[in-house]
Design a protein around this ligand. Structure first.
Ligand code: NI
Length: 169
């Protein structure tokens, strides 16, 4: 079911999400709603807080690993995801977010990371990659700790954006 995407500066986006204790029908329905919403609005990833649920669940397009814009999207669910930095050297990717309208910005993050979590059957799944894929893994997991990509940009850029959004409201 398509759910409305929570938009910045809704304070829900700054909250920490709870770990999933059991993969039950509620979690399966949540993952389905996240997938339906992501497919409808378009994007490469979504985190549960973005549809208003403070649970540690993300969906990531793992086709990004191929670094080929022609590759068909391949959305995977990760429950209680944990990011591990493999190469801390920073790289800069152009990020945007379904919850942060009208802004894209370069963000510096560790170049290569791994992400490990559970799938909907409770199996451990691990992915690893760099560049834009690495940024995406970190971006989605950040949401579960109440962090947005605009928390990583310069103070000046951030205050310009906040000003613009205040005017628009
Ligand atoms: Ni986002």
């Amino acid at each position: 079911m398509l759910r409305p995407v929570v938009q910045y500066p809704n304070p829900l986006l700054a909250k920490k999400s709870e770990p999933v204790a059991e993969i039950n029908d509620e979690i399966r329905a949540l993952a389905q709603d996240m997938l339906d919403t992501l497919k409808t609005v378009g994007g490469v990833g979504i985190a549960a807080p973005q549809i208003g649920v403070l649970k540690r669940v993300v969906i990531i397009d793992v086709s990004l690993e191929k670094d080929d814009p022609e590759a068909p999207q391949d959305f995977r669910v990760f429950i209680n995801p944990v990011v591990t930095v493999i190469d801390p050297k920073l790289s800069e990717e152009n990020e945007g977010c379904l919850s942060v309208p009208e802004l894209r910005s370069k963000v510096k993050r560790p170049r290569r990371v791994a992400l490990e979590g559970l799938d909907l059957d409770g199996n451990t799944v691990r992915i690893e990659g760099e560049g834009y894929f690495s940024a995406c893994m970190q971006h989605e997991t950040d949401h579960l700790d109440g962090k947005l990509f605009i928390d990583h940009i310069s103070y000046l850029k951030r205050s310009m954006y906040d000003k613009k959004m205040k005017k628009a409201r």
